[in-house]
Design a protein around this ligand. Structure first.
Ligand SMILES: *Cc1c(COP(=O)(O)O)cnc(C)c1O
Length: 392
């Protein structure tokens, strides 16, 4: 079976982790701050905070922006559930902005419309979480301009976009956002096994992130509320969590960053090959690419043009039966039973739903061979044509 994603671990990666195992520090040693420095330099951003996942990164990002009860957070329905769960953890209300089905990213036109309506009903969001779907950065300049007009904060969920660029700057530089979050889960572009990172240029936000990551506790002299009892003294000032990354994970992450550019280049090459292979097809349309964006290509997504009922499901089943583990990204978040129990109804974001019934994620990872790629493309087109001729 050809998987849809796969990590690339080298001997050096393994050695780096083993070295930490033999060192005095398994966690809270030098590797975590080193990983943070490596990422902040790569992204040309002021501050980085490593966490044990992007999920916890998103949670403390919301907390650092004071998201709480009575607040509203908006995100894209075409994402993993973590993009909106983070707001629910804080007791906030969530809503979803429909997507542009050509890119899978949230639609700026729709966003403008919804902001105008929300202003009239006094229900503007405190925070917007744009998701850089499949690795293609959203139109951050437009989003940033809207944030100035309507006064919301921005957390980029860049879980898919590590190593990508927007207007020649690395994703994560936070020029058009308050906070940016990365994931280092093995299916993503680089991995620390589990892990995430929160980036910001704001020193106040950074201090809050560091505190929420570790129990809401600080021992830093200049941050203490009270006089220290002695050299052992620390204070809990917030209700935080243990969301820390270990040095073992950070050591793997540091190694992987060294190959990040190479990985993203390879993903771009493979993506271009797919796009060429589908150029003549009347059955299949790859996601469209926006000018000014260097896609990190976490995912390669195509849409099938024929939306006959069941064709999409039969195609995925048939491809898996033929050894191609393709996937579908994403089930619109609000269609999940949990979100339905919160009152969301089918039909809330029609574009995201229509997109969901036509999108297929094809295998894409640095070690995907040319012959496998050719097999995937040919099998996809041939299977689709065959299925269309068969009665259900
Ligand atoms: C993977 C992913 C997450 C969660 O990342 P973890 O590191 O697994 O917690 C959040 N948002 C998006 C868009 C993702 O793809």
């Amino acid at each position: 079976m050809i998987p849809y994603g796969k990590q690339a671990i080298s001997e050096q990666d393994i050695d780096a982790v083993v070295e930490v195992l033999k060192s005095p520090w398994l966690t809270q040693g030098p590797k975590v701050p080193e990983f943070e420095t490596v990422i902040s330099q790569y992204c040309q951003v002021q501050y980085a905070t490593a966490t044990n996942s992007a999920t916890s990164a998103l949670h403390i990002a919301c907390l650092a922006l004071n998201v709480g009860h009575n607040d509203i957070v908006w995100t894209s329905p075409n994402s993993f559930v973590a993009s909106s769960n983070c707001a629910l953890y804080c007791g906030a209300k969530v809503d979803f902005i429909d997507i542009d089905p050509a890119t899978g990213n949230l639609s700026i036109t729709e966003l403008k419309l919804r902001l105008k309506q929300a202003q009239q009903t006094n229900t503007l969001p405190k925070v917007l979480i744009p998701v850089h779907f499949a690795g293609q950065c959203c139109d951050m300049k437009a989003i940033s301009e809207l944030s100035q007009i309507y006064g919301f904060k921005i957390i980029e969920d860049a879980s898919h976009a590590v190593g990508g660029k927007y207007l020649n700057s690395p994703v994560g530089h936070c020029q058009y956002s308050d906070i940016c979050v990365f994931s280092f889960h093995p299916v993503k572009i680089i991995t620390s096994a589990e892990g995430g990172m929160v980036l910001t240029n704001d020193p106040t936000i950074n201090a809050k992130l560091k505190m929420f990551r570790s129990h809401g506790v600080t021992a830093q002299q200049d941050l203490l509320h009270n006089e220290a009892d002695g050299p052992w003294y620390y204070e809990q000032q917030e209700l935080g969590f243990n969301y820390r990354m270990t040095d073992l994970h950070a050591a793997l992450g540091i190694q992987q960053v060294k190959r990040l550019d190479e990985f993203v280049e390879k993903r771009n090459q493979l993506a271009q090959t797919y796009t060429k292979l589908f150029a003549q097809s009347e059955e299949i349309t790859p996601l469209s690419q926006q000018a000014g964006v260097y896609n990190a290509y976490h995912l390669y997504v195509v849409r099938i043009n024929d939306t006959s009922p069941d064709l999409h499901r039969r195609l995925v089943e048939e491809l898996r039966a033929q050894g191609i583990f393709c996937h579908v990204h994403y089930i619109p978040i609000y269609l999940q039973p949990y979100y339905q129990s919160l009152g969301f109804k089918p039909g809330h974001c029609p574009n995201a739903e229509e997109y969901y019934h036509s999108a297929i994620t094809l295998p894409l990872f640095p070690e995907l061979s040319a012959s496998d790629q050719e097999y995937i493309a040919t099998t996809l087109v041939d299977t689709l044509i065959t299925l269309k001729q068969q009665p259900q």
